[in-house]
Structures are given as structure tokens and as C-alpha cells.
Design a protein around this ligand. Sequence first.
Ligand SMILES: Cc1ncc(COP(=O)(O)O)c(C=O)c1O
Length: 410
Amino acid sequence: MAKVAEPKFQPVKIYSMPAPSARLNKIPPYLFAEIARIKREAIASGADIIDLGIGDPDVPTPDAVIEALCQSAKDPATHRYDESANGWPDFLKAGAEFLSREFGVLVDPEKEMAQVIGSKEGLAHLAWAYLDEGDYAIVPNPGYPVYRINAQMAGGEVFDTPLNEGNNYLPDLSAIPTEVAKKAKLFYVCYPGNPTSKPATAEFYRDLVAFCRDHDILAVGDMAYANVAYDGGKHVTLLQQPGAKEVAIEFHSLSKIFNMTGWRLGFVAGNPDAVATLQKLKSNIDSKQFPAIAEAGAYALRHVNNQATIDLYQKRRDILVSGLRELGWNVPSPSGALYVWAPVPRPDLTSAEFAGAMLKEAHIVAIPGTGYGSEGEGYVRMSLTLAGDKDGERFHEVVRRIGESGILGG
Ligand SMILES: Cc1ncc(COP(=O)(O)O)c(C=O)c1O
């Protein structure tokens, strides 16, 4: 075949482009986009970077799921628009089976569930579906930035619930002013948490249900790490609590639990009115996904046991946590999710300065806690996912580099 010359692009001359919307101008670049840029520069300078930044499963999607996709892709029924109300029916049915099997939660797949293009998309659009100017979203600080940023872009106000060791990383409901509660429409929570990896308790969820019922707020549980649990543990969920469906929805994602981040697939379950509200917005924006992906997702939800991947994360956790503790850096050991949420060991450095020192002196990417909110000051987040690591050997290397770099001081 004749070789086609690579096109040479000239920089486009910018004459006069319209300004982006004021709402877009208000927000910073997406956190990981900024870190990816710094990392690219370090790699271009020849450094062997160990990237403990983004939580992105490095183990491939199970073969059987890929096989299910290939089979479904050959079926012409998957080649057209998915014209269902809330998502590919068999995917939603499989999601309902998953919730029942894993958590004892019963939902009607037709009325109490909708498919989302990854939970990020659903969590973001929920803010657009609910918030008008002056309405509040209550969000965790530190927390996954998508809740806050979309609430702000949609014109809403954000009320931060500080999460720290003192409150066991659970929002203090009694500290939410009545005027805020009155104007709040959404209350986002995430357990096990990103970035802290901390678990919730059934008692907290019950209190949250009662609080949201008292103030007509929709409780939004983000379960992106639903069954990423270590030492044989199991996470509790919001929807397990009595009466939760009256005031709550929960987002689930196939990304982290089945190593499927690139597939962009998840679902929301719970209060039927909230599901319908989100779906009304979504049906004006997206036309769902390639149904073969949804069919492969249904296969994963029904048949995949991803325990070997979770065991690998646990092994990495143990290498990292025990290695850092031996160096005198006393980091907590997460019971779930993908992150070590480590207090900055140097009183003279901020989170950003310490993460900068890790990158510069040890060539390790960690995320400054402030990337997740002001309460993240004093912490860095290190992920247990790492491309190129087979069996924890690169985590030994992380410990070695941190020890030799002298960044711990003392
Ligand atoms: C807490 C939390 N929620 C939601 C997501 C989004 O996951 P996805 O859009 O891949 O389902 C992430 C991704 O990192 C996350 O950490």
C-alpha cells in the first residue's frame, strides 16, 4: 500500500474567537489534565516516572468481557440507537441483580435505574438537572471534584462538609446551617471515599437519610469503589438503609470494579423520580452508548469475579504502607478503594510542595490533597494502580526511592 505522507499542521492564527462562557471561565482546568501535563514534561526530560496519580486499573479488562463485546458487536441489533427509556434493558437488569447479590438492595430496573456513560457523566449531569441559581449542593471536602465543579457551573452554590480524622471522615450533619439545608437540593457523599479511601457506617447513612427527608434533599451516594474492599471486608451502602429509596440515589460504575475505565459504563439506582429527572436531561444530550458495550457490561455484572485484581491492590497496599512506615512515614492503611491518603510528613511543606518534592527528587507522581478541596491540605494521595507493575515490585521501588531521596527530612 502506498505510504501517505504525514500532514504538516501550521499553527492556526487566532483572530477573534468568542470568549468561553463565564461559567466555564470560573473553573480551573480538570485536576488530572494539569498533572498529566507536568508528568509529560518530566518524561520528556528523560525521567523514569512512577505515576501514583490517577486511579486507573492497570490490569486489563477480563478476557470474557472482551469476548462478550465481540459477540455482541456482531449482532446487528446492537448497531442502531438504543431507544429504550433509561438504558439497555438487559444491562439494567444485570445491574439490579448485582445490587441484590452484592448488597441485598432491591431496585426495579425499569423505573429505578438508568444507564450512565461512566458515573462521572451521571454525577455531573445530576447537578445540571437539579440546580438553579441560589440552590445548594452539599459536597465532601476533600472530595471528587466533579460534584463541586458541576454544581458551580450549573449556577448553584456549594456548601462544603469537611472530612477529617476528627469526624472519622463523615460529614457532621449538625454543623450544616438550617438556611443551607433549606436551599440544598443535592447532598453528595462517596464511600469508600476518593481521595481518602475511608468507609462509611450504616449509622451515618441512616442519619443522612433522616436529614435529607427532613429537608427535602436528594442524597447522592457515589459507589465508584463498591466492591474494592480489602482483608475480606464488605462496604455498606446508602440504599441498604431503611427508607433510603424515598430520598436517595446511588451511582455505580464498572470502571474500577471490573477494570473497565475506558469503556465508560455505569448506572444509577434508587429514587424513581430522581432517576427520571436525570434521564430527562440526558435524553436531550446523549443517545446512550453502543449497545454492545452495555451487553458486555451485563456479562461482567453477572459473571466476573475480579478478586485477583483486588488481591493485587491489597498486596501493593501492604508493600507501600509497611515500607513507608519503616521509613518513619506513618501512613494509614486503606480498607478499600484505591488510595493511600497520607499526611504530609514535613511540617515545613504544603501538600503541593511535598508532591512537587516527590516528583522532583524521587520521580514519583502523587496528588496534592488540595486538588480535592481545601481540607486536603496536609495530605497527598497515592494510588494503588500502576501501569507496568506486575506483582508489587514497583511499589518496593517507590519505597526505596522515597527513602533514598531524603524528602522525608529528619
Ligand atoms: C469517587 C469517584 N466517582 C466517580 C468516578 C468516575 O468513574 P467513571 O466515570 O469511570 O465511572 C471516579 C473516578 O475516578 C471516582 O473516583
